[in-house]
Write a protein that binds this ligand. Structure first.
Ligand code: TR5
Length: 132
């Protein structure tokens, strides 16, 4: 399968804003995950399909309408900044002194598959540019 087709197959159609996602079950510990950081606002855990030696997802514990970045409102500014700051904290914790990448996939064209906003923190290998 060509890589563009593969990307389209991985992305899912946008569900309704209140539809639960797999991340709710991860936050509630109904299904296990490899948590690397947690506080009252965010959870960071290892991606089940890592794209690099380090691949961690950082998510807000309360979605509050933030299914995707395109839905961000002024009320989300604080949590968006906090998520980015925690990405840096976790990168340091993971020993990624040489650099890393943060990614937010948005919507079908952005290849988003889980509609609970999340930051991908990837590192531990040389990244390429442009991304696929
Ligand atoms: O494609 P987007 O940007 O929406 O990223 C969603 C990410 O969630 C993908 O990188 C998936 O590999 C990851 N994912 C999906 C599941 C999952 C997970 N990471 C950890 N644990 C997971 N469980 C238990 N179940 C999933 N369906």
């Amino acid at each position: 399968m060509a890589s563009a087709e593969k990307a389209a197959a991985l992305a899912t159609a946008e569900p309704s804003d209140d539809a639960p996602t797999i991340f709710d079950k991860i936050i509630n510990k109904e299904i296990p995950s490899k948590v690397v950081y947690e506080d009252d606002k965010v959870l960071a855990f290892r991606d089940i399909t890592p794209q690099a030696p380090t691949h961690i997802l950082i998510i807000p514990k309360v979605r509050d309408g933030l299914t995707r970045l395109a839905k961000a409102d002024e009320k989300h500014i604080e949590i968006l900044g906090y998520l980015l700051y925690i990405a840096k904290v976790v990168a340091k914790q993971e020993g990624l002194e040489d650099g890393f990448r943060v990614v937010i996939n948005d919507g079908p064209s952005g290849c988003q598959s889980v509609y609970h906003l999340h930051i991908h923190l990837v590192g531990g290998r040389q990244m390429n540019w442009p991304p696929g």
